[in-house]
Every structure is written in C-alpha cells, then in structure tokens.
Design a protein around this ligand. Structure first.
Ligand SMILES: Nc1ncnc2c1ncn2[C@@H]1O[C@H](COP(=O)(O)OP(=O)(O)OP(=O)(O)O)[C@@H](O)[C@H]1O
Ligand SMILES: [Mg+2]
Length: 813
C-alpha cells in the first residue's frame, strides 16, 4: 500500500480516506483520492461537534503540504496547531510532552503510560490506513509549519503595520477591488476601536474610507499613526458635496482620533506592530521558496480583535492573489476552521466581503478556500453557490439536515447534476463520526467515506505556553531592525535642531510632508516640535541587458541618504513618501527646527552628488537573477528566489496535471475494457463457486486500491458495480457443478488481473520517468549577475530634501 501511495503522491491527488458502506456500516478498501485541482472551486466542511471536521481538514492540509502546496490557516480554537505535532518515530517520548495530562488523569493513568498508549494508538491508527513514520517524515520535510499569534508573543509575532500600506498596483487599478478593500479595512479598524459604524451611513466610516482611498489611489502608504493624524486634518475639505466641518466637525473628529489613539497607546498594542509583516507572499513561502503552512492562532484575541485581524488577513490574501498569474492547478490554500460569525447569510461583518470575493475569484488564480463549521446556518448562500466540494458529516438537528439538503439541491441544479433527495437524506441520517458524505461537482455522484487517520497528533487545542515551546526554536531573526527604528535611533542622537540653514543661491530644496510616511512621524499629542533633517534624494533609470539569457530590463532606482561629506548610497533607503508630495516649504512654518547640514553645499553640489550616484550604480548595482539549470528559465527582474521557485513549482505542477490528463486518456480505453473483462471473469467465478458449493460465499473482490484507481478516481473503477454483480450471482442457481469450473474461472480472472498489473507497471514506469525531472524547490539555482554599462545609466537631477521628525523618535519605537 505504501508503495502504491508513493506512486499516486506524484499525481496531485489527496488521500483523504476510504469508501464506506453505510448499509453494512463497514469501511471498504478503495481509497478516496481527491483531485487537488477540484479544490480551486473550494470546499466546505459541515458537521456537528466531534464529527471529525478538523481531523479531515488537517489531513487535507497534510496532503497539500506533501504535494508542496502552501496554506494559510485561520485557527480560532487552537487545534490547528496540532499540525506541528508530528512524530516520525511514533515513540512515547515524542508524545510525552504533548499529551493532555487531564485526559491521563481521567483515565487513571500516569502521564508516561498515557503517552505510551497514545503513541501506540497513533502507530496502529496510521498502519490501519496504510501510513507510517516515513510518511510523517515526508510530511515534515515537505513544508515548514509555523504558528503566528497576532497581538501576542507566544507564537511568531506578525505585524499589521504594513496592512495599511497601499495595495499593490494590480489591486489598485481595479476600482471595485480598491473600494472593497477600503471599506472592509475601515470597518475592521472601527470595530477594533469599539466604534459601531454602519459602512453606508456612519460618518466615521465615510471619513476613514475617504482617507484610505485618497492615499491608496496615489499609491501612498499609511500606518495607524498617519491615519490618526489625518482624521484630525483630513487631506480634503469636502466629503462628497458637503463641507468637511459641517459633515464631521473637528471637535468630534478629535474624539474619533482619540479612540484610535487609545488603541495605539494600549500597553498590549505594541505586539501587533512587531514581527513579520502580514504579507501573504512571504508568509506562504520561506525566503528559499519552501512552502509554508502558516497557522494563525487567534484563540487569545477578543471577538473584535479577531474580526479585525481576519479581515486584514483576508484583504492581504486578496491583494496577493490578484498579483498572481492565472493557473488551472492548485497554488495555495486558505483554510478557516469555525467560520461561524464571519460568513453569515444576512449580516455583513467586515470579513464577509473579502471572503466572498476570494470564493468568486480564487479559481482563476489557483487559490482554494476551505471553510469548516458545525452549523450550516453559518454559511452565506452566495458563498455556497461558489463551492464545488461539500464534506458533510453527521448533523445535529433535522433543521440542519434540511438546510444542507436545500443547499445541495441548489448546487446540483447549478451543475446540472441529478439530485435524489430521498437517497441523500437517508445517507445524511446514517453518517457516524469520521464518516462523511462527499459531494463534488466534478464527480458523477456523491460518495460516502471514512476519513483516514491524521498524521498529526490530534491532542486538541494547545495552550499559549505550548505554542511558545513549539515556536521558541524558530524564533530569532524575526526581530530585525526596521528602517523606522534605525531612523529613530539616528534622529534621537541628532538632538532637537536649530535654525534653518541658509543655502547658497541655485540650491533647491524640498520638504517631505510631516505626516503619513511610514518611516517618519507622528503620534498626535506627542510633545516636541518638528525637526527637519537634510537628505539627498536621487533617482535614476538603469538599463540592463544580458546577451546570454536574453534578459533586458529598465529599472528605476531611487535612494534617500542622509546628507554628509561622503554619501553612503549602500546604506540608503528607497523613499517612503510619494515624490509629488514634496513641498517647497516646511510645515509648522516658524516653529520647526533644523539639523545642521554637516557638510558644505554649493550650487554645483547637485551635479557632484549625481555623478557620485552614477558611479555607485555602475559599481554596485547589478541586476541579480536566478537561473534554473534544469528548466533553463531565468528569474524576472525583481523576482525573489522564493517567488521564482514558486513560479517554477507552479509551472511544474501544471505540467504534471496536464501529464496526468494525458495518461488518463491514454489508459482509459485499455483500462475500461480490462475492467469489463475482469468484471465478467469475477462474475463467472462467483457463479461457479456458488453452483459448486451451494453456499453464498462472498468473493473477495478488490480492485479499488490500485495505482490506476488513483489515477482515474471513482469515475472509471467502481467496485460497487462489481459488488452488485456478485450479489446477483449469489442468488443464481444452486446446482452442484464440478470444482474444475471454479478453477478455470478463477484462472481466467487471474489472467485479467495480471494484465491490469502489467498496465500498472507500465504506468508506474511512465510516472517514474517524469518525476526524475528536477525538483524546483531543492535544485541549486545559479546566479546571474547583470551589470549595467556606464552609458545605460541615466541619473535624474538630484535633490536636497528635508525629512521631518517630531520629538526624539517616532511613536512606535
Ligand atoms: N482523521 C482523524 N484521525 C485520528 N483521529 C481523529 C480524526 N478525526 C477525528 N479524530 C478524533 O476525533 C476527535 C474529534 O474530531 P474533530 O476534532 O475533528 O471534530 P470536529 O468535527 O472538528 O469537532 P468540533 O466541531 O467540536 O471542532 C478528535 O479530537 C480526534 O481524537
Ligand atoms: Mg473542529
């Protein structure tokens, strides 16, 4: 079985369980293999508590991980973190730290004995389902598993700071997309601040949305502090056609600013601003491109905080998704356990709009959404209409059943499938724990199956301390110094500044606006006047050409460096303000202070700075590309190693899926005729046996669990057809016949079986030949470094700019 499994693991099918005979209440032998591509039309999993939803969905995530598909998991209860409890040796020692000691006590067992018993339980459970420690090892190697805890330092911290940054261009150009993102960000934020705001009517919502939309349309990043200051001094004096002051007077705006500021100032809030930025691309993959299963544990948050965070995360996912290329293969998963409250049919909590959009548009980008809930009432109808796969577990009430049936009927009508309500109702009523009815619009008929044993140790929700223990070994580099911190440190050292230096004629200077830019200011009410610090802003266009790889690219390079005698271009940063916002005069006019220039500046300085910049660009600025020796492909300018590997992997996956289709076609006819012959042969065996023995001996027929079965899914190979044939045969005549008849029949059945085996061997060989190709995730990439020619560097006029700070440091340091 394991050998077979490794064969189908190359095919993009997920092993979720085995067929189940509801009438006999018995597990059958054929594997339930789910085509991963079907997940791009999403899945819902509904069932009462204890029905096995989380177990099923975690198995699905395990399968995805083995196939190299990364995932974002939203975990309101804490039990998705069990994915980190994978013990390849299946030894009591591995289990011991993670057992639930209360469970042990309840059973009157010592913790050690209980650990031993759990280890045995898992080893036995896995073996029953054809799995073992090697498969667990494979799972662990295939992906990185990480627990993020927004607003807490138990797991990996994650910073929401960037979540108010302008969305990427792809997401900005789409008016509707931008409006949606603005609206749900505003609602999420106001919910968090305890402002109960109606998105259509409340002026709080309208104001915050206007501020966000105005900034984002220009591609300008905001952060909470900037947002707060803009609530006090909005970038516009009209809202629609109404004068700002009469729409929302300054005094009342101040109250709103204060309630947001209180959030910022709350002792625990700093932890929301630390750690990895909430950027889905880099959450889904490590820097080296390895897929990550990123679990967001939100059990510790209040309801308002959860809604706020989930909304942000969904919006970020949406923005990431829109920047991907189209695909027909599965690229990534988003799984939310316990969707109750986030996706209701009538109400519109802020998370609902982005989720609905993800369901509607995910397919084109290969993003599969999986939602689980105890209660069908928690799911929006429109969302369900976009869902291709339903995993239906045991349901609690008749009303729940009726609701699910209604939904199924609707889905069947949409997919022009037959729908037998009576039969479906009967099936639903018969489900037990870990037994699910799978209704997949991509298959001919629903199937009942029992979920396979999960590789992860399902010990239930983890405590904060346990999450910390799991996370500590991987913590560390996460607290790298941010540009804002660096800037703050250098400014703090510079002191509060004096009068504005007088510059010689011919030197032009510009001022960075005193609000908004992420690296700079400003918390309202913070003491201290503005102090401006001098810097150089340089822009250039550099044309790169590499004859060998055929790559050509024009790159815009912008650098801001503090003004000094020798400019440190390598230590410079990309500007964190929009160039068109630079003003000819400082804000706060008279009261602002100025740091000294620190070096002599003359009318000719700008030219010298420009030459200096060009030299640096020539010497230090190469276009660094990656090259895959096996595929021959070269990364795009600006594409990170992770993105490049992800792209190669996705292309390989598309190739594999196309190959699976090709094999399917190639083998379909041969297989169908062999199947038919086998069926007849088995039938003959059954008949002969019965006739010879006059008893209804059940003939063991098992053809499901084969490589071919894996490839063809349930459509072609149907053990039920064969089963029915045997039963029919059993009822036939009972005349005693010669034993030789039985033997002959058995021999011919055996011959057909051997032919099927030969066909399998042929297929296995083809698969092996394909998978010999290099793995884009582990292949060593070559570096291609393209240097510009001097004549291909065009430096624009360099400018002296002043950057404002208030007090000694930005507020969040
Ligand atoms: N695939 C599985 N492998 C091993 N054990 C399982 C599996 N599925 C479920 N179980 C066992 O059954 C218990 C209940 O299952 P599970 O937590 O998946 O139910 P649920 O439907 O998610 O319930 P709830 O709605 O309360 O979250 C698990 O704690 C675990 O002990
Ligand atoms: Mg659950």
């Amino acid at each position: 079985m394991i050998r077979l499994m490794q064969d189908f693991e190359k095919l993009g099918v997920f092993y979720l369980g085995k067929s189940y005979d509801l009438a006999k209440k018995k597990r059958l032998e054929d594997l339930l293999l789910y085509d991963s591509r079907d997940l791009v039309t999403h899945a819902v999993c509904v069932g009462m508590t204890g029905s096995g939803k989380t177990g099923l969905c975690l198995s699905l995530i395990e399968e995805a991980a083995i196939d190299g598909v990364p995932a974002i998991l939203i975990d309101p209860k804490g039990d998705l973190c069990d994915l980190l409890l994978t013990f390849p040796d299946l030894s009591p020692a591995e289990f011991r730290p993670w057992i639930n000691e209360d469970d042990a006590a309840r059973k009157g067992m010592s913790p050690d004995d209980f650990a031993k018993q759990q280890a045995e339980l898992w080893a036995k459970g896995l073996a029953e389902w054809g799995q073992d420690g090697d498969r667990i090892r494979k799972l662990k190697d295939a992906a990185e598993f990480a627990i993020y805890t927004p607003g807490s330092s138990a797991g990996l911290p994650v910073s929401i700071m960037k979540s108010f940054a302008a969305p990427p261009r792809e997401a900005r150009d789409d008016e509707e997309a931008l409006r949606e993102r603005v609206a749900s960000t505003a609602t999420g934020l106001l919910t968090l601040a305890g402002v109960d705001a109606d998105p259509l009517k409340s002026r709080e919502h309208i104001l915050v949305s206007t501020i966000l939309a105005t900034a984002w349309k220009k591609g300008e990043d905001l952060d909470l502090a900037a947002l707060i200051s803009r609530i006090q001094t909005p970038p516009t004096d009209r809202i629609g056609v109404v004068d700002l002051e009469s729409f929302f007077p300054a005094k009342e705006r101040f109250a709103l600013a204060m309630s947001l500021n209180n959030l910022l100032a709350a002792p625990g809030f700093a932890s929301w601003l630390e750690g990895e930025p909430l950027e889905v691309g880099s959450l889904l993959r490590t820097a080296a491109g390895k897929p990550r299963i990123a679990i967001f544990s939100i059990a510790h948050l209040s309801d308002a905080e959860r809604m706020f965070f989930v909304t942000l995360l969904l919006n970020q996912t949406l923005a990431w998704m829109r920047a991907q290329s189209g695909t027909t293969s599965l690229r990534a998963l988003l799984y939310m356990d316990e969707i109750a409250g986030y996706f209701p049919p009538v109400a519109t909590p802020p998370a609902k709009a982005p989720l609905l959009t993800l369901l509607k548009q995910g397919r084109a980008f290969g993003l599969g959404v999986v939602l689980a809930t105890q209660n069908p009432v928690d799911l929006d109808y429109k969302g369900l209409a976009n869902t291709g796969t339903w995993f239906l577990g045991r349901l609690q009430t008749e009303r729940d059943k009726a609701r699910v049936l209604e939904g199924l009927e609707g889905a069947a009508a949409g997919a022009s499938q037959k729908f037998d309500r009576g039969k479906m109702e009967q099936a639903l009523a018969g489900l037990g724990s870990r037994v699910f009815l799978l209704n997949n619009v991509h298959e001919d008929a629903p199937v009942v199956f029992e979920t396979r044993w999960a590789m992860s140790y399902l010990r239930g929700p983890l405590t904060r301390a346990q999450i910390k223990t799991l996370t500590d070994p991987v913590r560390g580099s996460a607290t790298a110094e941010t540009p804002a911190k660096k800037a703050a440190a250098s400014v703090a050292a510079a002191g509060s500044g004096g009068a504005r230096p007088v510059l010689p004629p011919g030197v032009s200077q510009l001022f960075v606006p005193a609000r908004g830019s992420a690296g700079d200011l400003v918390a309202p009410g913070q003491a201290g006047d503005l102090v401006y610090h001098p810097a150089i802003l340089a822009d250039a266009e550099v044309f790169f050409r590499d004859a060998k790889s055929g790559v050509t690219s024009t790159e815009k390079v912008s650098r801001v460096v503090p003004l000094s005698g020798t400019l440190d271009w390598s230590g410079g940063e990309a500007p964190d303000f929009a160039p068109e916002d630079l003003a000819p005069e400082p804000e706060d006019g008279e009261s602002a202070g100025f740091a000294s220039l620190g070096t002599a500046v003359s009318a000719r300085s700008a030219d010298a700075w420009g030459k200096d910049f060009a030299t640096w660009l020539y010497r230090e600025n190469a276009l660094e590309l990656f090259k895959s020796p096996s595929a021959g492909a070269v990364s795009k300018p600006g594409e990170s190693e992770a993105d490049f590997r992800a792209r190669l992997q996705q292309e390989a996956r598309e190739g594999r899926d196309a190959e699976a289709d090709r094999l399917r076609q190639k083998y379909a006819a041969k297989l169908a005729s062999l199947q038919e012959r086998l069926r007849r042969a088995e039938q003959a065996v059954g008949r002969e046996k019965q006739e010879s023995m006059q008893v209804g001996v059940q003939t063991a027929i098992s053809v499901g669990a084969t490589v071919l079965g894996a490839l063809f899914g349930r459509k072609t190979i149907s053990s039920t057809t064969i089963g029915r044939a045997t039963t029919a045969a059993r009822g036939a005549g009972r005349t005693m016949k010669q034993v030789g008849d039985v033997q002959r029949a058995q021999e011919s059945a055996e011959a057909v079986r051997q032919q099927i085996q030969a066909l399998e061997a042929e297929l296995a060989e083809e698969l092996a030949a394909r998978s010999a190709a290099t793995d884009p995730l582990n292949e060593k990439l070559e570096r291609v470094s393209v240097r510009p020619k001097k004549t291909d560097i065009t430096v624009k006029p360099v400018r002296l700019i002043w950057r404002p700070y208030r007090g000694n440091a930005p507020a969040w340091v």
